[in-house]
Design a binder for this molecule. Structure first.
Ligand code: SF4
Ligand code: SF4
Ligand code: SF4
Length: 325
């Protein structure tokens, strides 16, 4: 019964989950703004929310390399590293569920898609355009991996982590959003404009974080499968697919762009024609995959809090000094 309910209302449930994470992120942004004003303008004190570090994935990749090399967990931006590892683990086990169910940026583009799809039929970009555009995010990803994973040695990592840039990168990010340059506004507007014509333009073609999660997701034992004997080729799954994947033409969706949103499964009118499978055979109920994604995310958060890997060791007074430099 709950399985039926989750299939029927999957889109709404997903919007509510993503919306909740987005509202939480906005609240974190406001809390951090209060802290920033205290540090730079002497207004009332508000504690710095550690979760603001979720928006620093490049620094988290540097911290992860240090953790792998030395076993030392980043104490300067521990929440950022915790969230980054959680996203990587979720992708490896539960597909790109971080993108499909948690990321607020993905949610914003989902909302835009829901609005514009009322006025146009979603179209699959032609392959001659899709392939070169898709390569952009992988080029960006390999650029970062080359610079950080390949080139940076331990002393370069230490220098980066203790640099003024890294220590106040959260404030720099806040200022970027508070006072965006004309160029930044133009780029953001262009991405929204491009998303009108091509679904999820940012996530599908430009986001290197999503590219990394997608590559890891190819290792996941969870898969979307189609039973060709039951399929009536109505293509409702393809219309529903948030990533414009050709679901009705595959037996199994192995594409790294699949975000595990399950909109295709919910849209399929034939019972058990399109389903989630575990380890190639076992069919599982629809709600298990998103539930596992969300629970794993909170498990990482709780473990980090309880083990002292969430709160930075940097004193507030030091942030005050470095923000004002
Ligand atoms: S591709 Fe990037 S922006 Fe899009 S949902 Fe995934 S992590 Fe978020
Ligand atoms: S194939 Fe299904 S689960 Fe994957 S992105 Fe498309 S709609 Fe979502
Ligand atoms: S929605 Fe279901 S029945 Fe229709 S094409 Fe897709 S898999 Fe086949």
């Amino acid at each position: 019964m709950f399985a039926e309910f989750s299939k029927k209302h999957l889109s709404l449930i997903r919007l509510l989950v993503q919306g909740s994470f987005t509202i939480f992120c906005l609240w974190i942004g406001l809390q951090f703004y209060r802290f920033f004003l205290w540090a730079t303008a002497g207004s009332n004190y508000g504690a710095r929310p550690p979760a603001v570090e979720a928006f620093l994935p490049v620094g988290a990749l540097v911290s992860l390399k240090k953790f792998v090399l030395t076993g030392e967990f980043d104490q300067l931006h521990p929440a950022g590293l915790t969230i980054f590892i959680a996203a990587l683990v979720i992708a490896t086990i539960f597909r790109k569920g971080f993108c499909g169910w948690i990321c607020p940026v993905g949610f914003i583009f989902n909302l835009q898609e829901k609005l514009v799809s009322r006025f146009r039929t979603p179209r699959h970009p032609p392959k001659w355009l899709d392939y070169p555009l898709s390569s952009i995010k992988y080029l960006l990803l390999f650029f970062f991996l080359y610079l950080i994973v390949w080139k940076m040695n331990l002393s370069a990592i230490e220098r980066f982590m203790h640099s003024p840039y890294n220590l106040k990168v959260d404030a720099k990010m806040l200022l970027f959003f508070l006072n965006p340059s004309f160029t930044a506004l133009g780029i953001i507007a262009s991405i929204f404009l491009a998303s009108i014509f091509m679904r999820n333009f940012w996530c599908r073609y430009l986001c290197p974080y999503g590219g990394l999660l997608g590559l890891l997701a190819t290792l996941s034992p969870f898969q979307i499968r189609r039973d060709p004997d039951l399929c009536i080729s109505c293509k409702k799954c393809e219309t529903a697919c948030t990533q414009s994947l050709l679901v009705a033409q595959k037996h199994v969706i192995l594409n790294p762009e699949c975000v595990g949103c399950l909109e295709c499964v919910a849209a399929c009118p034939i019972t058990e024609c399109l389903y989630v499978s575990l380890a190639k055979r076992k069919k599982i109920a629809l709600f298990w995959l998103p539930l596992a994604v969300i629970l794993t995310f909170f498990l990482f958060y709780l473990s980090a809090r309880m083990s002292g890997h969430w709160q930075t060791v940097i004193p507030d007074e030091f942030f005050k000094q470095i923000y004002n430099r």
